[in-house]
Write a protein that binds this ligand. Structure first.
Ligand code: ADP
Length: 399
């Protein structure tokens, strides 16, 4: 069966077509600038190609464009749309309604509509992607895979805030966690590569991309994670602050006269690494280059980023009652040996010992020393494959 995985953002549509016979990727790409002038599509099948259009397009038109390309004579990889057996959608926020992936029907859509305000930046475009698929591929089953679902096993004591309980009871203000598909995938991969049963392992996974979060996984289940009600909580990220004293928000509004939108913009788009280096860059590659050239501000930003992560690793080792495996993943985690070294430095008391030479890699590797009690790994994440697998599993169950 061929499965199309879609990840619809506000102005983009990422796609990958899998052949589930061997889990190979037949084609993948991204449509960008949806709703704006000069939309473009980067498309990789046999080779990488870039297409552009003159007029703005909707999500539905973007999807139609992808499907036309997948079936075109020049660049196509399938001869007809009938070959697509199912579509898997990445959905950021499932609220409390979804503890796992589901077949999308009217009831699911209704619940997603209800949960829209929990993730105002992410869920509306995800839903737009679902509606577009319904019109363009009306007879193809769709599955929703939620970023929050893996964390639905968090115990109450981990997901409740110290707030009036009515805020939870009436409005569902609680910690949800995100990047669940990635944390789940790399934890499974770690166990598989070590030849161990995930049920016997205490794992900490650090997903460090533009957004970043850490997860404590015991017996294969998420028991805590650093993102909360929204993807703003937790680690210092590319452009997001992560944990701050919430009174700073009140202070910014009262003393600086900032509006809700301005505060939102500062915390989500102007903070993190970007804020610490005065808006010069949020890309860890730049920070590394500048550090190597003696840039003290870049070094300080790296230190703040790593220190916060180190604190979370310590606290999650405490929450897990020990640690067997530490995994680094996503753009930064997979590709930054220096960052992994700084984070792990001084954690020998927890049994974490990096081998500097083994750590000098990008991508998949065991990077701990032979005598390290904790196995430290760098694992390439593959959220799309995880979505394709879940979609395949659920759709096969239909037959
Ligand atoms: P997203 O969270 O958008 O999915 P990724 O997981 O792809 O992002 O991570 C993107 C980030 O990874 C970039 O902004 C950059 O900071 C970092 N990154 C990518 N390649 C490297 C590299 N070779 N060295 C260090 N950092 C890298």
């Amino acid at each position: 069966m061929k499965i199309l995985v879609l990840n619809a953002g506000s102005s983009s549509l990422k796609f990958q077509l899998f052949d589930m016979e061997d889990e190979s990727v037949m084609a993948k790409g991204i449509v960008e600038r949806i709703g704006l002038q000069k939309p473009s599509m980067t498309y990789t099948a046999k080779e990488k190609t870039k297409f552009e259009k003159d007029e703005p397009i909707s999500h539905k038109e973007a999807l139609q464009w992808v499907l036309d390309t997948l079936t075109s004579t020049d660049h196509g990889v399938i001869s007809s749309l009938d070959e697509i057996g199912a579509v898997g959608h990445r959905v950021v926020h499932g609220g409390e309604d979804f503890t796992g992936s589901v077949l999308i029907d009217d009831k699911v859509i209704e619940s997603l509509e209800r949960n829209k305000n929990l993730a105002p930046l992410h869920n509306p475009p995800n839903l737009t992607g679902i509606y577009a698929t319904q019109t363009v591929l009306p007879n193809v089953p769709m599955v929703g895979v939620f970023d929050t679902a893996f964390h639905s096993t968090m115990p109450e004591k981990a997901y409740l805030y110290g707030l009036p309980i009515e805020l939870y009871e009436k409005y569902k203000v609680r910690r949800y966690g995100f990047h669940g598909t990635s944390h789940h995938y790399v934890a499974q991969e770690a166990a598989r590569r070590l030849g161990k049963d995930i049920k016997d392992l205490k794992i900490i996974t650090a997903h460090l991309g533009n957004g970043a979060s850490v997860c404590a996984i015991k017996g294969g289940q998420s028991i805590d994670t650093s993102m909360g009600f929204t993807p703003l909580e937790g680690l210092v990220m590319g452009t997001r602050s992560g944990d701050i004293d919430p009174a700073i928000v009140i202070w910014m509004m009262r003393e600086l006269g900032m509006s809700y939108d301005e505060v939102d913009n500062v915390l989500n788009k102007k903070s993190g690494i970007l804020g610490l280096v005065r808006g010069r860059s949020y890309d860890m590659r730049d920070i590394e280059d500048w550090m190597a050239a003696g840039d003290e501000e870049a070094r300080r930003a790296m230190d703040v980023y790593c220190y916060r992560l180190k604190k979370y690793i310590g606290s999650y080792a405490a929450v897990l009652g020990g640690l067997d495996v530490l995994v680094f993943t996503a753009g930064v985690g997979e590709n930054s040996p220096i960052l992994r070294e700084i984070v792990c430095d001084g954690l020998e008391f927890l049994g974490i010992k990096i081998d500097k030479e083994k750590n000098n890699v990008k991508g998949d590797a065991i990077i701990s020393a032979a005598d390290s009690k904790v196995t430290v790994m760098s694992i390439r994440t593959d959220e799309e494959l995880m979505i394709a697998r879940d979609t395949y599993r659920i759709v096969r169950g239909l037959k």
